[in-house]
Each structure stands twice: as structure tokens, then as C-alpha cells.
Design a binder for this molecule. Structure first.
Ligand SMILES: Cc1ncc(C[n+]2csc(CCOP(=O)(O)OP(=O)(O)O)c2C)c(N)n1
Ligand SMILES: [Mg+2]
Length: 324
């Protein structure tokens, strides 16, 4: 169990470190919301899912995309704005999608994919499929009206969905306690009728154990409706971008320090035998190098792509120029 978990964790951490390294060169054509420090949530919660199961994420979804098996080459090419990217270079980091891997896309609009995930779970139920849907969102998203509406509908219709709130304590620069009169997200889920569990300290092994139990319960039919997890975690980097934000004054490095010391990547690394660990790390490094080269060597989309995948179609370059 520790080896696949370590591979998933290490891969996310190293991909995002590479993204942070490349970002200042301006080769990446997309803003990036990094999950460095938070990888454990996606790695643990996605681990028990099968490839045909479905996840919906947010603009901070590199970790979810990778943990669910999303294609790394298509992800990096997307962030480079290349035509080989997962949305042909049109969406960037905030709109990662890999339908084959069950990654159904993300949105920059906070909270929106919670309802998308519930809608998907409703279709699963109507079609009597065995798919499990997982919805990832932040603590800030739990303040959107769509959160309450979606939870209510999921309970009402007994949908096969697991909600995962990645509670990193902040919505941009504002702490949860400065936004929520009652900072108890699990409490709100329970009020909607869901079984809700709070997992503290970014604890990957507890998350893994609890996610496995919830997924098995849905598969075996011992659970007949949705489940909810609030996973406490911490973002090490700035809200958007590759740097740090401790100088802005809304949080301190000393607040972050215990989370950094409680690094789950290092924790799981120590549980994997050294030989296996080195093999995993070498394989991930090779995959990243190959994916970066793929992204760099790919072409930008053709000009004609400007007018495809849009609601209003203007078909020829001459027509584009005329429209402009
Ligand atoms: C509907 C909507 N309102 C506001 C914003 C601006 N905004 C972007 S990210 C963000 C914070 C969301 O915080 P959280 O859900 O905790 O996610 P995190 O960034 O911490 O992962 C806000 C308010 C937005 N994108 N969409
Ligand atoms: Mg947050």
C-alpha cells in the first residue's frame, strides 16, 4: 500500500516543483494554483478509486488530476498553451480534464464543480452504473450557496458521491475564522443529513483508511448515499503563483512551520524500503523530463482553433479577421 501512495505523492510534489521552477521563464502560459503541502488529500482520497470512477476538482487541481491518473504530458502541454494539451491549450492549469482517466474537469468559479459532480452522480444513479463520484473543493467553496443545495440534493436522491473538502484554512488571504461565524464545515454537512468525518493534521494514512472504507461501503451497498470528509491541510505556497506569501502579513511562517515539518511526502517515503523508493523516484523523474520535453516541443494551436469549441462559430481565418 505504501509504495503506490508514495508514487502518487512524490509525483505530485515533483511535478509541482517543476511547474514552480519553470513558471518564471514565462514558458507556462497559465496562472498556477499549487497544491504543494496539500498533496496528501488527493493522493489518499483517490487511491481507492478505480479508473472508471469520476472526480471533479477546482482550479487548484493538479494534485487531483495526477492522483486520479490524468496524463502528465497532456497536463504540462496544456499549461504551456500547446495544441497537444488536454484542452488543446485553451484552458490552462485551471481547466484540466482527462475523461479517459475519470477526471471530469475543473473550473475557476468557486463551488461550481460541486453541483457538476452531484449532477454526474445523479446520472450514475439513474443509469444504475457502479461508478463512484468524488467532488473536491476548498473550505471557501463551502460558503457558496451551491454547496448547501448540492449536499441537500445528494442526500435526497441517495447519490453515490463522496464530498472532499480540502480545508487549507484560507480563501485567498482570509482565514476561515474570519469568514465563517461557525467554522464547522462537517457540522453543516451533518445538518444536511450526511455522515461527515473531520480528518486533522493532513494525516494521509487516516485519510487513506477512511476513504477506502467509504468507497468500499458504496461499492458493497452498505452505504446507500453520499459521504463527506473535511480534510485539514495547509498550502505552503502563495494562493496563485510559484512563490511564498508570508510577507503579505495575513499569515506567518511560524504558522506554516508545523505543517511543513509534518510533510506527508517525507512521512510516506520513510515507510517505503529504500530500493523501492529510489526506483519510484527515478521513474517519476524520467516521466517528468519526458513530459516537459513533450510540452516544449509541441506546437501552439493553429489560428483556426480560435473559433472551434465555442458557441458562436466563425469558420475561416478571413472570417476571423473580418470579425475582429
Ligand atoms: C464564485 C467565485 N467567487 C469568488 C472567486 C474568487 N476566488 C478565487 S479563489 C477564491 C478562494 C477559494 O478558497 P477555497 O475554496 O478555500 O480554495 P483554495 O484556494 O484554498 O484551494 C476566491 C474567493 C471566484 N473565483 N469565484
Ligand atoms: Mg481554502
Amino acid at each position: 500500500m505504501y509504495e503506490p501512495l508514495y508514487k502518487s505523492l512524490y509525483r505530485i510534489r515533483r511535478v509541482e516543483e517543476e511547474v514552480a521552477r519553470i513558471y518564471p521563464t514565462d514558458k507556462l502560459k497559465s496562472p498556477v494554483h499549487l497544491s504543494i503541502g496539500q498533496e496528501a488529500v488527493a493522493a489518499a482520497m483517490c487511491a481507492p478509486l478505480d479508473r472508471h470512477d469520476i472526480v471533479f476538482g477546482t482550479y487548484r487541481s493538479h494534485a487531483t488530476y495526477l492522483a486520479k491518473g490524468g496524463d502528465l504530458k497532456a497536463m504540462l502541454a496544456e499549461m504551456y498553451g500547446k495544441g497537444t494539451g488536454c484542452t488543446k491549450g485553451k484552458g490552462g492549469s485551471m481547466h484540466l480534464i482527462d475523461i479517459d482517466a475519470g477526471v471530469m474537469g475543473a473550473s475557476a468559479v468557486v463551488g461550481t464543480t460541486i453541483a457538476n459532480a452531484v449532477g454526474y452522480a445523479y446520472s450514475v444513479k439513474l443509469k444504475k452504473q457502479s461508478t463512484i463520484v468524488m467532488s473536491f473543493f476548498g473550505d471557501g467553496a463551502s460558503e457558496e450557496g451551491v454547496f448547501a443545495e448540492s449536499l441537500n440534493f445528494a442526500v435526497l436522491k441517495k447519490l453515490p458521491i463522496i464530498f472532499v473538502c480540502e480545508n487549507n484554512g484560507y480563501a485567498i488571504h482570509t482565514h476561515q475564522t474570519k469568514r465563517q461565524g461557525l467554522p464547522d464545515i462537517c457540522g453543516r454537512a451533518r445538518a444536511a443529513g450526511l455522515p461527515a468525518e473531520l480528518i486533522e493534521d493532513n494525516d494521509i494514512l487516516t485519510m487513506h483508511e477512511r476513504a477506502t472504507a467509504a468507497v468500499n461501503a458504496l461499492r458493497e451497498g452498505t452505504a446507500t448515499g453520499p459521504a463527506f470528509f473535511e480534510c485539514k491541510t495547509y498550502r505552503w505556497k502563495e494562493h496563485v503563483g510559484p512563490g511564498e506569501d508570508f510577507k503579505l502579513g495575513f499569515r506567518s511562517k511560524s504558522e506554516a512551520q508545523p505543517w511543513i515539518e509534518n510533510d506527508q511526502v517525507k512521512r510516506v517515503a520513510a515507510l517505503v524500503p529504500a530500493v523501492a523508493r529510489k526506483q519510484i523516484e527515478a521513474a517519476v523523474e524520467a516521466e517528468i523530463q519526458e513530459a516537459v520535453a513533450f510540452a516544449e516541443n509541441s506546437e501552439f494551436p493553429d489560428l483556426s482553433e480560435l473559433t472551434t469549441d465555442v458557441f458562436h462559430t466563425v469558420s475561416t481565418p478571413a472570417a476571423i479577421q473580418k470579425a475582429a
